[in-house]
Design a protein around this ligand. Sequence first.
Ligand SMILES: [Zn+2]
Length: 170
Amino acid sequence: MVDMALVSGLVGTLKTAMDIGQTLKEINDLSQVRDKVIEMQGLILNAQSSAMTAQTQLFEVLHENSELKKKVSSVDEWKTTADRYRLVDFGAGTFAYELKEEAANGEPIHRLCPVCFGKQSRSYLQFQGVTSSRQDLFRCLPCGQDYFFGTKQVVSHPRVNRKPTSSWLD
Ligand SMILES: [Zn+2]
């Protein structure tokens, strides 16, 4: 940030130097003129130093401004992308972002990783197969997270009644 006290101090110093310059016309004593010139030079050097500090601060502000503009632009860009998706519950609280049909623009409907989405990254979930509990298994390749979508179903296996024909207890 530009220090405004520094800038107003700089202006005040230059004004004092100019006031001294105005009085020089009325002074006839050469030694007094020399003293006033030395005083003016001191003030001008001081003002020059303040001007350089203010200029450095101004460059910092301009750099910060440029960085902020880049951030705003990237946030706007992500918002446009994120608006094309909605969070969907694929059953029993298993969530992922899914492309809205009305925003598909020819892309196939797909799911995005909610973790990567939170980091403003569009990572596609890749279908891996159906689990033994009838859930769809998807994987996010960039972050390696597995997602099980749908209600977990208990698959009953037919019981095998094995009655021992003989036992070592017999
Ligand atoms: Zn991910």
